[in-house]
Design a protein around this ligand. Structure first.
Ligand code: ADP
Ligand code: MG
Length: 339
């Protein structure tokens, strides 16, 4: 007999998991920002250097962590957000897999400072390739600051695959926008190479949209609201005349989680039928509230895909909500003779 199977060491298991969770700087940013939101922060600062290749830092004023939790947070499958499999069917936090920090720390140099409310001292911890290099008490602000340095420093193949700074920057801004849209009640700032790109005060969704996309959106937004026994839809859509040739600012959130769904996108676009050219893409930021037991978000590690129990009904309600919003604002079809 010849036994050859071994359990992988944690550092390697984490590195493999990182391959799924952390594809690029933007995926790390998403995880860090979501953790800050889950921690109840009312202010979140994002700092990046060289499109996140050198530094991705997220500073929050949330609840912070104890010294033990600060260490535990980097263990795989370590989470404070679910306790048993029943909880999986009622997830209200962004996180729940307990994989993000372990994955990030497997492929970067991480420095975390964290202090809980009411505690005099906080904790500083340095981790590099899953190995703790330093952990001690420190004085720091309330909340948590995590700096992720030199992402993929130990995975050259991955690092070489990173795209140019403008492309990686675009992904970072996309993720930032998604989290900032889902939480207009939280203040956010975003600084790249010491230049401030966004500074968003807490406010209403319409103000957040203008803060992110520019003043020209002020008069463009049509409120959209619909309630059925199983589904609440709210948010804003753009007027048909402002639709663009390129698909850009289109956002769906289900229970405040950004999702990609070509099916639901079709429902929206379909409601604009006759109001804009079929090659045009309307602006929308739509929020769907649905009983978590009717959806499954555990389809994909990055959690941007979702399964609905009853996809067709959701489609119909989205389409009707958008149609109604367009009708309520007296947007009548205009004949375009230039076609
Ligand atoms: P998950 O978010 O899925 O639980 P993570 O690896 O992202 O897994 O984080 C592990 C744990 O670390 C979280 O459950 C949370 O308790 C803690 N944590 C992470 N980031 C923060 C933060 N910014 N503030 C407070 N606690 C945090
Ligand atoms: Mg998380």
């Amino acid at each position: 007999m010849n036994d050859i199977i071994q359990l992988l060491p944690d550092a390697i298991a984490n590195q493999i998991a990182a391959g799924e969770v952390v594809q690029r700087p933007a995926s790390a940013l998403k995880e860090l920002m979501e953790n800050a939101v889950d921690a109840g922060a009312t202010n979140i600062q994002v700092l990046v250097k060289e499109a996140g290749k050198i530094l991705i830092q997220v500073i929050d004023n949330g609840k912070g962590m104890s010294m033990t939790d600060a260490r535990m947070s980097f263990e795989r499958h370590a989470t404070s957000k679910i306790r048993n499999s029943d909880d999986l069917f009622g997830i209200r936090t962004f996180g729940f897999r307990g994989e993000a920090l372990a994955s990030i720390a497997a492929v970067a140099q991480v420095e975390m400072k964290t202090r809980q409310k009411g505690e005099e001292l906080g904790t500083i911890i340095h981790i590099e390739g899953s190995e703790v290099r330093k952990q001690e008490l420190t004085s720091c602000s309330e909340g948590t600051s995590i700096a992720v340095k030199n992402l993929f420093y130990n995975v050259p193949a991955r690092r070489n695959f990173l795209k140019s700074n403008p492309v990686e920057m675009r992904h970072l801004v996309d993720e930032f926008q998604r989290v900032a849209l889902a939480h207009p009640e939280i203040g956010f700032s975003f600084i790249q190479n010491d230049m401030e790109l966004f500074n968003l005060s807490p406010g209403k969704l319409s103000q957040r949209i203008v803060g992110l996309f520019g003043k020209s959106y002020q008069g463009q937004l049509v409120a959209c609201k619909e309630e059925t026994p199983h589904l609440i839809i709210s948010g804003y859509i753009g007027k048909p005349e402002n639709a663009k040739k390129t698909r850009g600012e289109q956002f769906f959130f289900v229970n405040n989680r950004y999702i990609k769904s070509s099916y639901l996108n079709h429902a929206v676009t379909n409601a604009y039928e006759g109001l804009m050219g079929s090659d045009m893409h309307p602006f929308y930021v739509l929020f769907l509230e649905i009983d978590p037991s009717h959806i499954d978000i555990n389809v994909h590690p990055t959690k941007t895909e979702i399964k609905f129990d009853d996809e067709r009904t959701v489609y119909a309600v989205v389409r009707s909500a958008v149609k109604q919003a367009l009708g309520a604002h007296n947007v009548v079809p205009t004949l375009d003779f230039s076609l």
